[in-house]
Design a protein around this ligand. Sequence first.
Ligand SMILES: [Mg+2]
Length: 210
Amino acid sequence: MKHLVLDVDGVILNWLGRFVEYMDVDHGLPPAHPPGELKDYSMQTLYPDLTSSEIFAHIVQMSRCEHHFSTIPFNNGVLEVIARMREVHPGLSISCVTSAGVGEEIARFRATNLAELAPDALVVLPLNADKSIALSRFPAGSLFVDDLVKNLEAADRAGLTPVLFATSYNEDAGWSGLCVRDWQELETLAMETLDRGVRPEDPVYAARIM
Ligand SMILES: [Mg+2]
């Protein structure tokens, strides 16, 4: 069976867009810069007047609000690309591994949000969790897509094939492996590699590194 393993926030869902909206509308805290200009994953660049623990408290609070956290918009092209992948690869298994928070309620919000995508498996870990153990349960060579380099490094150690979902906030994160910039590029990579895996010596690999 072919396996595609996906991070959720930043890859499937536009979490950052929703968080910025939540901070602005619910708390009167507009971002100091457009979120598309964020150059690292520190939210303090967007909210310089808040401490990191204050920002983290807002992140936790939003994850407990059903109307915010179960309705985060999909990134462009996600559902269309997933539908085409399933059509071309009928045995494809799509799993989501997300660091969303602790508790049955948060897991339910996440499942509600992803219902239209209908993942074959959903693993919900605590916020900022290490994904190593969860990733080690997938077959070696499975494509794994995430927007944080620390998770790609964990996937690499687990024998998966890590792919960076490139954004403004990870372009300087030092990743030198496979990367895609949007779901169209991910579709191309997956269609080229799901049947046979991808090795560093593969021309596909060279074409897709940062
Ligand atoms: Mg993410």
